[in-house]
Design a binder for this molecule. Sequence first.
Ligand code: HEC
Length: 115
Amino acid sequence: MRVSNLLTTAALAAGFFVTQGSAFAADAQKGKTAYAKYGCWQCHGYLGQGGGAGPKLAPEPMPLVALVPFLRHTNGAMPPYMEPVLSDADIADIQAYLASIPKPADYKSIPLLNQ
Ligand code: HEC
């Protein structure tokens, strides 16, 4: 039990440092492709708006330092994505894509919703 806790901590720390390195090369356009390729859209919607199966991811997505460990270790309703399947660089691109999605218009600026 203690050893596995240590391993998890080491893995999280390693993910943190690797993530810092790849963050500079993150590319939102490549991230959009990866988001489609790895099927994130199936549960979270093409714009990360949330869907039947998964919660909203954008705008204002989880920061990269939290996203990498989440994707590697999630054990809830969402399947984990391990390194051989989804690289840290792909995750950085996906995060950049999610961060590039604009916020929707304020409802106060839409006349029909203010009658
Ligand atoms: C099979 C459906 C499914 C797929 C495919 C999927 N997710 Fe999820 N995701 C979920 C569900 C359900 C949750 C909420 C429950 C949980 O935390 O496990 C979640 C939670 C998340 C969260 C946490 C959101 C928050 O605010 O706590 C992030 C970030 C996320 N997913 C990103 C991704 C990314 C990126 C991909 C593609 C690499 C992906 N997901 C693919 C179903 C999915």
